[in-house]
Design a binder for this molecule. Structure first.
Ligand code: SF4
Ligand code: SF4
Ligand code: FES
Length: 267
């Protein structure tokens, strides 16, 4: 680790906290004990699990992607002191608590069916045939309780059992494919893979097309903007800056749908 932080302020190495994406100085920071796979570490109380583990000396080669709660690479299971309950969270989003016992689940070996989305029949029977284990669901709701995104997993599984692809696609929209639901399933379903297929089918075949988008694509393909873009690419930097500064702008605080530019040729 370098002794120089991101802002080049060259802090003392003993004070620097490695956080993975930036360095912070924990002046006066309180530390708390956490347990990672059974071993005790003292970490600053303000860090996320991911940064606390890096502070403790772990290096994430897998189980870390976006650091922003989007990629689903960092699911974590933990217990709190004196509490029988299992908790679930994303390591990059969940802040440490005193005496939490935690373990990473960076990958879960769930069954993933093979299919060609270009040729599948956009009907529920396709999903039922590719994932017959769907009907092993016993509605225990463990999956929903484990989901760090608050997705009602049981509800989308039930929707698919009833053949409602659109409903399943909508309910599962926030799924980040972390796999925690599958890790808790007594029916051994790969819920997130099933939901992904539902969303793919819905998006490709069932969702109503946006007419305004189709019209704009058709205009682009017919060459409506070609000459204008060619003209822009030939301009100098100064000409582009002038054009940008003099462009007609929507006034601030305009009510939605009440303003139109004078030049509407490219709308
Ligand atoms: S539905 Fe399953 S895979 Fe998707 S975010 Fe929730 S727990 Fe993770
Ligand atoms: S954990 Fe599995 S069996 Fe239980 S409700 Fe969810 S999908 Fe069904
Ligand atoms: S690292 Fe991507 S969700 Fe946590």
């Amino acid at each position: 680790m370098s002794d120089t932080c991101a802002c080049q302020c060259n802090p003392s190495p003993v004070q620097q906290v490695a956080t993975g994406d930036r360095a912070i100085l924990p002046e006066g920071a309180k530390t708390i004990p956490i347990f990672v796979m059974g071993k005790r570490y003292e970490v600053p109380e303000t860090l996320t699990i991911m940064k606390a583990m890096e502070f403790a000396g772990f290096q994430f080669l897998r189980g870390c992607g976006c650091r922003g709660g989007i990629c689903g690479a960092c699911p974590t299971v933990y217990r709190k002191e004196g509490d029988y309950k299992l908790y679930f969270g994303l390591a990059c989003q969940t802040v440490v608590e005193p005496n939490m016992y935690l373990a990473q689940v960076p990958f879960y070996p769930a069954n993933r069916a093979r299919y060609d989305i270009e040729t599948v029949e956009p009907v529920a029977e396709t999903i039922h045939a590719l994932y017959p284990e769907l009907f092993r669901c016993v509605a225990c709701n463990n999956c929903s309780k484990a989901c760090p995104m608050g997705v009602e997993v049981l509800d989308y599984i039930s929707a698919l059992k009833q053949g409602d692809i659109a409903k399943a696609a909508e309910i599962s929209f926030d799924c980040i494919q972390c796999g925690l639901c599958a890790s808790r399933c007594m029916g051994e379903l790969p819920q997130y893979h099933i939901a992904q297929l539902a969303r793919r089918i819905y998006g490709k075949y069932l969702q109503p097309r946006a007419e305004h988008l189709a019209k704009r694509v058709q205009e682009i393909e017919s060459g409506k903007y070609t000459a204008m873009l060619d003209n822009l690419t030939k301009m100098s930097k100064d000409e582009l800056e002038k054009l940008y500064k003099e462009r007609e702008r929507e006034p601030e605080m305009t009510s939605l749908g009440t303003w139109m530019p004078k030049d509407t040729q490219y709308l």
